[in-house]
Design a protein around this ligand. Structure first.
Ligand code: EPU
Length: 352
């Protein structure tokens, strides 16, 4: 056994971590973007711990892109830089009371694996977010939301590493500046931090949220509705109207739902009394899917890029679509919505 001093141990550890690290050159990203774009990255690195990431940082040069499950990205061409991916896994219960439990989850855990983990234990708060694609780290970046729940409602703490300095910072819920499909990691700190762990507060005696869309009607007739029943119903609803990326490449909602002021809303409502809407702070939210459908785009395509036939908010890769075709379809849809309704709709998907 060699007699190692503290610093030797440190150096040895760093060397071991670098040897273990998964690093690839000219890496094909087909399996790392749910849109199915056949593009390559100069370098792709997957790390499995915070220490490994901190060791990698000094070697990074040129452009760096940190991805999660690749379910909210549109690569427009090969990526001339380094793509980072978190392989940090695991669950840790950091606190538990009679009412709730705090679970710290690795950023690289598949989001729906975490939902299944919570539902199996009867812990409420994320069941309405069942089968949202992506990973735990992205749940905090995107503030994922569906069927009346948002990640921000359960996130307590986000741990992240600054990608230039390697310094760790913890963000409380308020510091994350969450709002609809938004967090501080999407604007002010965009590209600056890699989320490594997210801690969620889940409830033991949870009041189910059943008031979104047709959720209650899908569960009708059931006597004692459980968290698992809600998960199953959400899975059924989502599968019935959202395309499976393994079959048809897509990135979920391609656009965000726009919020317009009351005056504009009333003006449109005069001509379209059946228009769905939600009152939100700052105005009225109108479903982009509805606007796009009214413009006649549902089921239409540009080359191999199509507007999904069951949900106009989703753009699909009909097989071999090029990034340019998807971008052209996006532009045409936005233009028509603008010309017809005078409303700007913006992509939720990140164009890389
Ligand atoms: N609608 C149409 N035509 C369409 C699509 C929708 O008329 O082609 C109408 C629906 O009939 C309904 C309303 O628009 O009255 C809302 O539709 P839906 O409940 O499907 O929700 P959404 O607003 O289109 C949002 C999220 C989805 C999430 C659902 C359910 C955004 C950008 N999208 O869609 O998120 O699953 O609510 O909560 O907020 C995702 O992020 O990838 C995603 C799918």
């Amino acid at each position: 056994m060699p007699d190692c001093s503290q610093s030797d141990v440190g150096i040895l550890l760093s060397v071991c971590l670098l040897i273990l690290m998964k690093k690839y050159h000219n890496y094909n990203l087909l399996n790392n973007n749910t849109f199915g774009m056949n593009v390559c990255a100069d370098t792709f690195i997957e790390y499995e711990s915070e220490e490994e990431l901190i060791n990698i940082i000094p070697q990074l040069c040129g452009d760096v892109l940190h991805i999660g499950g690749g379910s909210n990205l549109l690569f427009q061409s090969d990526y001339n830089g380094t793509v980072l991916h978190s392989g940090i896994k695991g669950y840790e219960i950091v606190d538990e009371t009679a009412d709730d439990v705090l679970v710290r989850v690795g950023a690289g855990v598949v989001w729906d694996d975490f939902v299944a983990y919570a539902v199996e234990r009867g812990w409420g708060g994320v069941e309405n977010l069942s089968i949202v694609p992506g990973e735990v780290g992205a749940s905090a970046v995107q503030n994922i939301g569906a069927y009346g729940s948002e990640a921000k409602d359960v996130i307590v703490l986000v741990e992240a590493i600054e990608l230039t300095s390697g310094i760790k910072r913890c963000f409380g819920n308020v510091e994350c500046d969450f709002s609809y499909r938004h967090s501080i990691f999407k604007d002010q700190l965009k590209g600056k931090y890699a989320v490594t762990y997210v801690t969620y507060r889940l409830k033991k005696n949870y009041e189910l949220k059943l008031d979104y869309g047709n959720l209650r009607s899908v569960l009708e007739g059931m006597e004692q509705i459980t968290i698992a029943d809600v998960r199953n119903a959400i899975i059924e609803i989502r599968n019935s109207k959202l395309p499976d990326p393994k079959v048809l490449g897509n990135a979920g909602s391609f656009f965000m739902n726009p919020v317009v002021d009351k005056e504009k809303f009333l003006e449109i409502q005069k001509d379209y009394p059946q228009m769905p809407f939600y009152e939100v702070s700052g105005g009225v939210k109108i479903p982009a899917g509805w606007l796009i459908e009214q413009c006649g785009w549902k089921g239409k395509s540009v080359g191999k890029a199509g507007v999904y036939e069951k949900q106009a908010l989703v753009i699909v890769n009909l097989g071999g679509a090029t990034p340019a075709e998807i971008a052209a379809l996006c532009e045409a849809v936005c233009k028509d919505v603008m010309d017809t309704f005078g409303i700007v709709i913006r992509p939720e998907v990140n164009f890389i």
